[in-house]
Design a binder for this molecule. Structure first.
Ligand SMILES: Nc1ncnc2c1ncn2[C@@H]1O[C@H](COP(=O)(O)OP(=O)(O)O)[C@@H](O)[C@H]1O
Ligand SMILES: O=C(O)C[C@@H](O)[C@H](O)C(=O)COP(=O)(O)O
Length: 332
């Protein structure tokens, strides 16, 4: 059992802070980037994808971030608005910063990579003073994401958001979202990830992401239980460790563990799995569902997204997930 203390008197379900960017997903799949000539443009960035996922699931949502003052920035803000996401705290940069671009290379359904163009990215320029306390105070759940910790001032903006969440009794989820190219040193990365995780009630990451955080500690067997137990000495109620196609395991503060398998999927590409999983999982937890059911919901959302061309645009509705789970059970 988890004892997440959502304050249901708050009017907004979910607010996310961090990266807003553009995904340019290869249209000609199953070939290297060198041979790819056309791409489809989608809104991207892990926390943006999760927020879009929550909105598709019917939650009331908002985003805190910074976009470039150009056509790309306006494309992102408009897409969020079309998805009923509150953009009052999406700030426009005026320093000439640009929107981060993620070109996706789909060599095969299992061999995918992302080529990032992120020099002078606007999302990393969000300042602590630009984070509106009211946007966090009014929300039941705040999602933070690791990439925003990579550079100042967005690093301090995230810690400011964590302070506001603490002040206003907001549950905090941390999707580790570790993107090595954004960081300059492994030590710096681990320091800030560990510091931020101390404030969080739900910590979600892959085994590799937790390995990165554990560089200062001893967990030679890469034991998921050892990884999770550390965070229960701080504020964590749930720690989720994802293992790709092998599924995921969640530990709760009372010492219990819960497993979810992945669903069979007609995989087009592997990215987007984590973001859709997070949306489905957090949705279930906010509904008060048992952890297994919430994890199954996340796994089904992920199976739907890996079978689609995009991440954000493919985020499923509750009906799509329910139908998917039903048809998967019928197939068994
Ligand atoms: N190839 C796949 N087929 C079906 N589901 C998948 C696949 N890969 C991942 N998933 C689902 O997505 C979840 C998160 O994926 P994972 O790869 O661990 O995270 P991330 O995308 O953050 O690296 C998994 O727990 C699983 O349910
Ligand atoms: O996060 C980014 O900047 C790129 C994403 O929009 C991208 O689609 C992606 O990689 C999703 O990440 P995942 O869910 O962890 O696979």
């Amino acid at each position: 059992m988890s004892t997440l203390a959502f304050d249901f008197s708050k009017p907004v379900d979910f607010v996310a802070i961090g990266r807003l960017c553009i995904d340019l997903n290869a249209n000609e799949i199953n070939r290297p980037m060198e041979d790819t000539v056309t791409f489809t443009k989608y809104v991207g960035g892990s926390p943006a994808n999760i927020c879009i996922g929550m909105s598709r699931l019917g939650m009331s949502t908002g985003f805190i971030g910074k976009v470039s003052n150009d056509q790309m920035g306006r494309f992102i803000t408009r897409y969020l608005q079309q998805n009923s996401i509150d953009t009052r705290n999406v700030v426009t940069d005026h320093s000439g910063a640009v929107t981060g671009l993620a070109f996706t290379e789909i060599k095969s359904p299992t061999d995918c990579s992302i080529l990032m163009y992120r020099d002078n990215a606007a999302d990393l320029l969000l300042t602590p003073g630009e984070v509106q306390e009211e946007r966090i105070a009014e929300a039941k759940l705040l999602l933070i994401s690791g990439t925003a910790l990579a550079k100042s001032p967005s690093r301090e903006a995230v810690f400011q958001a964590l302070q506001y969440a603490r002040r206003h009794g907001v549950v905090v989820a941390f999707d580790l979202d570790y993107r090595p190219y954004t960081w300059s040193s492994d030590e710096e990365t681990a320091v800030y990830y560990n510091l931020a995780a101390e404030y969080c009630h739900i910590v979600i990451g892959t085994r590799e992401e937790f390995d990165m955080m554990e560089r200062f500690e001893s967990n030679p067997d890469k034991s998921d239980r050892v990884t999770a137990s550390k965070w229960f000495d701080y504020r964590a109620e749930i720690v989720v460790i994802k293992h790709g196609k092998e599924g995921s395991i969640a530990y709760t503060k009372d010492g219990s563990s819960h497993r979810a398998r992945s669903f069979k999927a007609q995989v087009i590409k592997t990215f987007g799995a984590g973001d859709s999983y997070a949306a489905g999982l957090l949705y279930g937890l906010m509904k008060g569902w048992p952890i297994e059911r919430s994890m199954t919901y996340g796994s089904a959302a992920a199976a739907i997204v890996v079978s689609s061309h995009s991440c954000s645009d493919a985020m499923p509705t509750a009906r799509q997930i329910d139908e998917f789970i039903e048809s998967s059970q019928a197939d068994e």
